[in-house]
Design a protein around this ligand. Structure first.
Ligand code: PLP
Length: 449
């Protein structure tokens, strides 16, 4: 086999399908995988990667796909982005691990300082680092419980917060995340999300959803038992649900009046994805604690809890940590991500990409009757598909479109409690030409339904 191409932005930025999809080398890898990996561990795409960068992913058969997924909102600055690669490579050569709990190092502090500066609010902040999003959410709950002396956690319908025991409990959807994996963690309560498209009276959605939330807290749980409310400012896996205007601010005010901490789970929305450093900014939200992960380190495992100094200082000495938490190579990569975003104005680029995706989808919607709603912010846009003339979820259309796109050299992702949402999360380094070409393929997919 010839040497694989080098990834990063130097990779030829083209869509190219030169074999069946998946091709013979991917099929060989699938056979080996089936013999070596458990059956329940699935992948959305049937192709195996050789290189990626800019706006494309190249597979082991030489097919080049336009990337509309960014490894699920992770490679926001592009795969193998130059500043990420150079910073991480230098760090690899210097030292890889000492364990921050044992022998600390500067890159961790620099990531924390940066997140403290960028996170919403002018109050004093602290940041602790972890490896995965689930771990960040778990630890945000630990900080909230330590600071308030209360135990209840309130989450929302359609939420996704992770797959560990506590965060799986906080996640809303049974299949595939929870089924058969209980019993679940105690003291997790669920309120309705202000999901206007599926609310019986959409114009009253924010007020009615807030009333139900307030009743749950005040009448059922008791506000003085609630440590925190955890919410995604735009729900990710749930289908890019943008809470109805005003809902999040009402929740935030309610929490502040009752000493309940507000945790914004920005693991999918954070780090430039939505056309702001954090999606909380769009709602004028200043969360007490904020979690980040996916886009934070350009693909290396790194997660963070950033929050009010008084809250985070409440956890006792030695209570929080982990062997790999805040790994120096991952921290160096995160510093490279901040460089890429600042040097290339990627926050503006996210807005521009969002505008382009919305107008592409609106023009497709004029030609089909299966697009129920187009929503999202910045480079985080989704189309919810429904049976024509109804709001019934149209899962089969999403599956058919995903297949069509993959066979024609475009990688997309799905989402939604009902599996009927096509979601688009391109890297912010994708060119306008590739983006337009990709939506041409999406358009053909809708025409072929
Ligand atoms: C992906 C995600 C998580 C979980 O992150 P992992 O790194 O997969 O553990 C938590 N919350 C949100 C909003 C996410 O999108």
């Amino acid at each position: 086999m010839t040497a694989p191409p080098i990834g990063g932005p130097g990779l030829a930025q083209v869509r190219r399908v030169c074999t069946d999809v998946p091709g013979p080398r991917s099929r060989d890898l699938a056979d080996r995988r089936n013999a070596a990996l458990p059956a329940g561990l699935t992948s959305a795409a049937g192709v195996y990667v050789a290189a990626a960068g800019g706006g494309v992913v190249v597979d082991v058969d030489g097919n080049s796909f336009i990337d509309l997924g960014s490894g699920i909102a992770v490679t926001t600055v592009g795969n193998s982005a130059p500043a990420v690669v150079s910073r991480a490579a230098a760090q690899l050569a210097q030292y890889i691990h000492t364990c921050f709990l044992a022998t600390p190092y500067e890159p961790y502090i620099e990531v924390a300082e940066t997140l403290n500066r960028l996170a919403p609010g002018n109050h004093e902040k602290r940041t602790a680092l972890f490896n995965t999003g689930s771990e960040a959410v778990e630890n945000a709950v630990k900080y909230a419980r330590a600071a308030t002396g209360r135990s209840a956690v309130v989450v929302f319908d359609h939420a996704f917060h992770g797959r560990s025991l506590l965060t799986m409990t906080m996640t809303a959807k049974n299949q595939p995340y929870k089924h058969g994996f209980g019993p679940f963690a105690p003291e997790v309560y669920r309120a309705p999300m202000a999901y206007a498209y599926r609310w019986p009276s959409p114009q009253n959605c924010a007020a009615e959803a807030f009333d139900q939330f307030a009743q749950l807290v005040d009448s059922q749980i008791g506000a003085d038992a609630v440590a925190c409310v955890v919410v995604e400012p735009i729900q990710g896996e749930g289908g890019f649900i943008v809470p109805a205007e005003g809902f999040l601010r009402s929740v935030a005010d309610f929490c502040r009046e009752r000493g309940i901490l507000l945790v914004a789970d920005e693991i999918q929305t954070g780090i430039a994805r939505t056309g702001a450093w954090f999606a909380s900014e769009h709602d004028g939200l200043v969360p007490d604690l904020l979690t980040t992960a996916k886009g934070l380190a350009g693909g290396l495992p790194l997660a963070a809890v950033t929050g009010r100094a008084d809250v985070m200082d409440a956890a006792h000495l030695g209570g929080i940590g982990g062997t790999y938490s805040g790994n120096p190579v991952a921290c160096a990569a995160a510093l490279g991500v901040f460089d890429e975003i600042n040097d290339h104005q990627l926050i503006n680029r996210a807005r521009d990409i969002g505008d382009r995706m919305v107008s592409e989808l609106q023009s497709i919607a004029a030609t089909t009757d299966v697009i129920g709603e187009i929503r999202g912010r910045g480079a985080m846009i989704a189309a919810e598909l429904v049976l024509p003339g109804t709001r019934e979820p149209h899962r089969d259309a999403v599956a058919a479109l995903t297949r069509h796109c993959q066979r024609n050299g475009v990688l997309t992702l799905t989402a939604g409690t009902f599996g009927n949402v096509l979601r688009f999360l391109p890297p912010l380094t994708i060119s306008d030409a590739l983006l337009t070409e990709a939506f041409g393929v999406v358009r053909e997919g809708f025409a072929a339904l």
